[in-house]
Design a protein around this ligand. Structure first.
Ligand code: ADP
Length: 163
């Protein structure tokens, strides 16, 4: 039984993240989306909100589960018996950072393998931060191809609340 951990901030979860989770669930017995509590970036959604949005987005994926975590990623992987770390690689920008992290994780937890999925063509230029920027400009409705409806609605509400 192979459990994979797909860690990230998921602020919020997008169709790009979902595509990776679905593809991982085709390969592994169980894929856990690990929502990291305190990433070193400015967050729009609270931990509870990020988890709830990810849970709703994956409710029809029986082999995918969503869990919050606040420890070091490799430590959380050990706690849930994950032997694979899943990451997504977009064409521009991700490689160097993912490579650095994979090397560090290899040092911290030998035996925990990082498996990178190439982002699908339609999501190559999709990032949670871009989705948030567009939403902040009042254009969340135009993001239908990039995030599930409940995420778009949450973005709309969040951005309206801020104004
Ligand atoms: P982090 O906060 O660690 O950067 P994110 O939550 O933004 O993580 O993303 C988690 C993982 O999903 C990362 O490996 C990231 O490269 C990947 N990812 C993000 N957006 C996409 C996308 N559009 N297509 C494929 N992978 C993606």
């Amino acid at each position: 039984m192979i459990t994979a951990l797909y860690p990230g901030s998921f602020d919020p979860i997008t169709n790009g993240h979902l595509d990776i989770a679905k593809r991982a669930s085709g390969l592994f017995d169980k894929t856990i989306i690990g929502v990291f509590a305190t990433p070193s970036k400015h967050l729009t959604f609270s931990l509870d909100e990020r988890v709830a949005l990810a849970k709703e987005a994956t409710k029809n994926l029986p082999k995918v589960e969503v869990l919050p975590y606040s420890s070091v990623t490799v430590e959380f992987a050990r706690e849930i018996n994950a032997t694979v770390l899943v990451r997504g690689l977009r064409m521009v920008g991700d490689f160097e950072w993912e490579f650095e992290m994979a090397m560090m994780n290899q040092l911290l937890a030998p035996g925990l393998e990082t498996v990178c999925f190439m982002a699908s063509q339609e999501y190559q230029f999709l990032s949670a931060s871009l989705v948030k920027e567009v939403s902040a400009l009042g254009e969340a409705g135009k993001l239908k191809k990039l995030a599930p409806p409940h995420v778009i609605e949450a973005l709309r509400k969040k951005m309206l609340g801020k104004k």
